[in-house]
Each structure stands twice: as C-alpha cells, then as structure tokens.
Design a protein around this ligand. Structure first.
Ligand code: C5P
Length: 233
C-alpha cells in the first residue's frame, strides 16, 4: 500500500504562492502536503487545482471531533480525491473507525488515513501536566499507534526517531510519515528532533515530509531531487 516518497510541505499562505512554487517543477510531479494555513486561505479549489496538475496530495487537516462529524467531514474529503489525510488518534478508536467509514468510497477505494499520535511540539512534561496523561510519551505514542491500527488506519505521523518503535509495535507494513527532516549541511530552524533523508531511509520510514529545506532553497527543484536521491535512492 505504501511507497517510499518525499512529500513537500507547501506551507504557503496563498494559492498564487503555491502554484508559482509548483510551476518550478517542470519535469516531475512531487507529492505535496497541504496544511491548514493554505487550505483555510484557498479552500477546496487549491486541492482541485493541484490535483489537476497531476500531483498526489496529503491533506493535513488533523481532524478531531465527535465520530459522526468526523465521518461526514471525511466523506467530503474523500470526494476531493486526495491521496492521504489525517486525524488525531486522541479522538478515540470509535472516532477513527467512523473516519474510515466516511472516507471509504462506494467502490471500496479510499485515501490513506494516518493518525497523529502526540504532536512533536508536546513535551512529556506538558503531556503529563496539561493533559493529565500518566504515562511516558513513548508509551503514549505506541499506544495511540496501536489504537490507530485496531481502528483499521494505515499508519501514523511521527518524528523520525519514533518511527522505529512504531514499526516494532505495529509491524513493518504500518505506515510512518515523518517530518523533521534536514540536510546534514542545512539549517535546522525550529525543528528539534531532526534527521537527514539518508538516515530516515535507514530507519525505514515510508514517507518523509520536507518543507523549508525545499521551499526556501535557492533551487527548490535541486533540493527536492537531492532529497529523493538520498531517501528513495
Ligand atoms: O519546514 P519543515 O520541514 O519543518 O516542515 C515540516 C512540516 O511538517 C510542516 O508543515 C509542519 O507543520 C509539519 N509537521 C511537523 N511536525 C509534526 C507534524 C507536522 O513538522 N509533528
């Protein structure tokens, strides 16, 4: 079901900026991630436009609501013909099952459905104190990943350093999608736990999500191709 690939995080604030960026890719069609900022600014039209240009799309909207609402929302996203979408595992197994139902089209096909376990911005201390979760962050991540698997989801978003333990707990076929990727000679920025595309390949993650190392590069196409060469080989 999964195929190793580099997903470019198109964290732009308008359709114009996004399309101008994608125009640079004349001889390849990268898998792109559309997040909340771009989706809320440009709406379903930007998804349609990028899809019509031949790109695969990860719609990163991280749904979290009562099961019925998430089911209906997922059914709308499914009609938009995206290739991957996601939700928060914290919404419970019932919510994830409902999401999967909503996402599945009449012919049985559906986009990949990936769960967010604990956001990488949440520290163990904040998780324990703010969320009152009395466990280690690693145990929580593995538990949420197992819940996602029980619900029938395809995998989880996690940091590159968590991908190994998720695969160990849920099996090699359970998909991991990992942001926090930086070139060995590049800027780290605000990401804390980072890894290189080559190391992500060794760890065995399925998809890497790369934003600024490509979008802010002097030559974004060359940076993308370098990522693909290091990660996919
Ligand atoms: O620019 P950069 O490579 O840091 O972009 C990473 C992308 O992955 C961003 O869109 C960010 O929101 C997303 N992401 C992340 N960490 C998570 C979940 C999503 O960096 N835990």
């Amino acid at each position: 079901m999964s195929q190793k690939d580099v997903i470019i995080a198109c964290d732009f604030s308008s359709a114009e900026a996004t399309l101008a960026f994608l125009d640079k890719f004349t001889d390849c069609k990268p898998f792109v991630k559309i997040g909340m900022e771009l989706y809320y600014a440009a709406g379903p039209a930007i998804v349609k436009e990028i899809k019509a240009r031949g790109h695969k799309i990860f719609l990163d909207l991280k749904l979290h609501d009562i099961p019925n609402t998430v089911k209906k929302a997922m059914s709308v996203l499914s009609k938009m013909d995206v290739d991957m979408c996601n939700l928060h595992a914290a919404g419970t197994v019932d919510m994830m099952k409902a999401a999967l139902e909503g996402l599945t089209r009449e012919d049985g096909t559906r986009p990949l459905l990936i769960a967010v376990t604990q956001l990488t911005s949440t520290s163990e201390e904040r998780m324990q104190k703010d969320l009152l979760i009395n466990a280690s962050i690693n145990d929580t991540i593995v538990h949420y990943a197992k819940n996602a698997q029980v619900a029938g989801l395809d995998g989880v978003v996690c940091s590159p350093l968590e991908a190994g333990m998720v695969k160990e707990a849920c099996g090699q076929g359970f998909v991991t999608v990992t942001p926090g990727v930086r070139f060995a000679d590049g800027e780290v920025g605000d990401q804390v736990r980072v890894t290189t595309p080559a190391r992500a390949k060794e760890i065995g993650t399925d998809y890497i999500v790369v934003g600024r190392p490509i979008t802010q590069a002097e030559d974004p196409v060359a940076a993308y191709k370098r990522c693909v060469a290091e990660f996919v080989g």
